[in-house]
Design a protein. Structure first.
Length: 171
């Protein structure tokens, strides 16, 4: 019912319930997280690319835990999202941004201010974006806090941290 990739290999399957399934090698999906805290990354305007050093899953092996970068294996529309817990925020950090940076552009997905931090000087930021990506395009998460000193930390935990980066091919 569904065409293959053009090379004689079936890439999709129609189940009896009329659901389409894809081979994992062409249906990339990943979720990565920060497993230990990363200290003193921003606060003074430093743009820090978060290194998500552990994976919950990486269906098509397209996420690099050494760099925190996802590389699209095929062209298409991807949903990319992140949740970041920033620790040791000061009131002086009046502008905090979380940006998903791709080869095709930068997408600000969350903003905040140190004035809104909780009683423990922490904040959680989350957001996502649909992006067009060509095969070989990359994506990463960058956090920047301005107008303070470089004391803000990225929170991490042994498993499924509150600081995650995830994505998948939509179509």
């Amino acid at each position: 019912i569904f065409p293959g990739s053009g090379n004689g290999v079936n890439t999709t399957t129609l189940t009896p319930e009329y659901q389409t399934t894809y081979r994992s090698s062409i249906q990339p999906a990943f979720q990565a997280y920060v497993s230990t805290p990363i200290n003193n990354v921003t606060g003074d305007g430093t743009a820090y690319t978060i290194i998500f050093g552990s994976e919950t899953f990486d269906q098509a092996s397209n996420f690099n835990t050494g760099t925190g970068v996802f590389t699209a294996p095929v062209a298409g529309r991807y949903f990319l999202g992140t949740t970041v817990q920033l620790v040791a925020i000061t009131a002086g950090m009046t502008v905090i941004t979380v940006v998903i940076t791709t080869t095709g552009g930068n997408f600000q997905v969350a903003t905040g201010s140190g004035i809104s931090r909780d009683a423990n000087n922490n904040m959680v930021f989350s957001g996502g974006v649909f992006v067009n990506m060509a095969a070989g395009d990359t994506a990463s998460v960058v956090i920047t806090a301005f107008f303070g000193t470089k004391v803000a930390d990225i929170n991490g935990a042994a498993s499924n941290s509150t600081t995650t980066f995830f994505g998948h091919l939509v179509c």
